[in-house]
Design a protein around this ligand. Structure first.
Ligand code: ADP
Ligand code: MG
Length: 215
């Protein structure tokens, strides 16, 4: 489903990330593990086509990301990748429902209102559809962000530190929701986390090496 080969990223002269080889098959669910500063967020941005690596080859859903530029890359991302960022980046000026609607239109896809309603129900915020994101609790906002990330049935679902600042029960619930929604959307799931509680909740782990961060 994706394939990373000899990927490196540098910020200036500092090597932030090294991934010799990582392959994931369609539908697999992965933890991307590593200490703080080991490059997890950088690698998620690379998988989403938001950051172009300094070196190496990145193929996602059959697409070599180096071959996509500018607007084409943004359209590709909107259709094939769902992202749950660490800071959720919901659009504060419009309703929860319209946050999902915008995710469709910005990817150039038809708005399926019935699907949006069903997704909001699946993440237990159906009755909050007309609220603005600022009127939600942190947990509710995270569930909306998960629904928004899967609304276009992405092939790849990425979540960055989804359990940060959650208690044990909420952390387990967030992981379960990501896993269920990934499965139902037919997506491969990658969860970046340094949270030890997450490791037993995902079947596969890719461990970023400390060596890379220090090199
Ligand atoms: P993680 O998500 O695992 O904590 P990051 O991908 O955020 O790691 O960061 C990896 C390394 O790259 C860190 O050393 C961090 O300080 C550095 N880094 C991240 N973003 C930038 C940036 N925009 N400019 C310079 N250095 C950065
Ligand atoms: Mg990070």
């Amino acid at each position: 489903m994706f394939e990373l080969t000899d990927v490196e990223h540098r910020y200036g002269t500092v090597r932030a990330l090294a991934v010799p080889s990582w392959r994931a098959q369609a539908g697999e669910q992965w933890l991307l593990a590593g200490a703080s500063g080991s490059g997890k967020s950088t690698l998620l941005h690379i998988l989403a086509g938001l950051t172009t690596p300094s070196a190496g080859r990145v193929v996602v859903a059959g697409q070599d990301l180096a071959a996509l530029a500018g607007g084409a890359r943004d359209r590709w991302r909107g259709r094939h990748v769902g992202v749950v960022p660490q800071k959720l980046h919901l659009i504060g000026a419009v309703s929860v429902f319209d946050n999902l609607r915008l995710a469709c239109t910005m990817a150039g896809l038809r708005v399926e209102e019935a699907r949006i309603r069903a997704l909001l129900a699946a993440v237990q915020v159906a009755d909050l559809a007309q609220r603005r994101p600022g009127e939600l609790s942190q947990g509710q906002a995270q569930r909306v962000a998960i629904a928004r990330a899967v609304v276009n049935r992405p092939a790849l679902l990425l979540a960055d530190e989804p359990t940060a600042s959650l208690d044990d029960a909420s952390a387990a619930a967030a992981l379960e929701l990501l896993r269920t929604q990934a499965r139902e959307a037919g997506a491969t799931l990658v969860v970046a986390s340094h949270d030890a509680r997450v490791r037993p909740l995902l079947p596969r782990t890719y461990q970023l090496s400390e060596v890379a961060a220090a090199a």
